[in-house]
Design a protein around this ligand. Sequence first.
Ligand code: CO
Length: 186
Amino acid sequence: MIGNLNHIAIAVPDLEAAIKQYEKTFGAFVTSPTDLPQHGIRLAIVNLLNTKIELMTPLDNTSPIAKFLERNPVGGIHHLSYVVPDIIAARDQLKNAGIQVIGDGTPQMGYHDTRVLFFNPKDCLGVLIELQETKAAVQKDRVAVKSAVHTGHHSNKPSLEGVDGIGINVNVDFKSKTPKDNLEKN
Ligand code: CO
């Protein structure tokens, strides 16, 4: 049902410091911060080759992100956003599986003028899940994946164009990077 990962949203207490870390230390491209008063946040987007990281900070104490930062003062992963082709069908499928939709189940307009819904972390392995309806993106990716699979190794490389994530080989030793391990080393 779900398509690509659209973004990972990280709530941060200091957006300027977060942008600096991603730009200077991690060497990524980060957009200029934008205020989104209707969502109570200021947002900067880290554009990676295969996905985006949204760095967000509350505009004031009434923002829902403010409460998250009270529990996670250094910041933390706030939600994962997956693309779906039909948000109503996706909502009903998850509801039928016993996953609680947050709010009344009516999709709201998200940051990028797409319809979004959030699902209770208690029902989703402890992670807040956002579904974002992006019909064109999902259909384009499906076509690209299909052609990549069918052409296989003997194909010309351009057949993988548009398939997010393929060809990006990042070796990460997750075990040595857990917060616990890092704290022990410091
Ligand atoms: Co989001």
